[in-house]
Ligand binder design. Structure first.
Ligand code: ZN
Length: 146
């Protein structure tokens, strides 16, 4: 294993063992749940939004270290951001995981998940929380229009 792989592994394990923003909000404005049948990962993301800003976010679920660590990193990345900013971060992250040549600048710990690209079946694990958040933002946008 290269030194970089080892560093990535450490960051992922650290988030897995000490997940940030773990649990469920008492009164979420939106809550969505995602499931990855390939691996058995299950994640629920709940959000509190105020004037289009993600004031608070929590996740809970079960599954492999990559799915849970990725969810933990996601909550850190989008908390306090506007929904537009959050969507941009989701797009950047998805692009990185799919190997598109876009900058990973500003992704912080999320860069550690690049290492997962070498294991194509695990990419779905890493993306689960992100697609779940995206669904939540879509639901919220629709509700705001209604
Ligand atoms: Zn998984």
């Amino acid at each position: 294993m290269s030194a970089l792989d080892e560093l990535y592994r450490e960051v992922i394990l650290e988030h897995y063992k000490n997940p940030r923003n773990h649990g469920r909000l008492a009164e979420p404005d939106v809550a969505t749940r995602g499931h990855n049948p390939l691996c058995g990962d299950d994640i629920e993301v709940s959000l509190n939004l105020e004037d289009d800003v993600i004031r608070d976010i929590r996740f809970q679920g079960k599954g492999c270290s990559i799915s849970q660590a990725s969810a933990s990193m996601l909550t850190e990345a989008v908390k306090g951001k506007t929904t537009d900013e959050a969507r941009r971060i989701v797009d950047t992250f998805k692009g990185m995981m799919h190997g598109d040549a876009i900058s990973t600048e500003g992704l912080g710990d999320l860069e550690a998940l690049q290492g997962v690209r070498k294991y194509p079946v695990r990419i779905k694990c890493a993306l689960l929380a992100w697609t779940t958040l995206q669904e939540g933002l879509d639901l919220h946008a629709k509700a705001a229009q209604a």
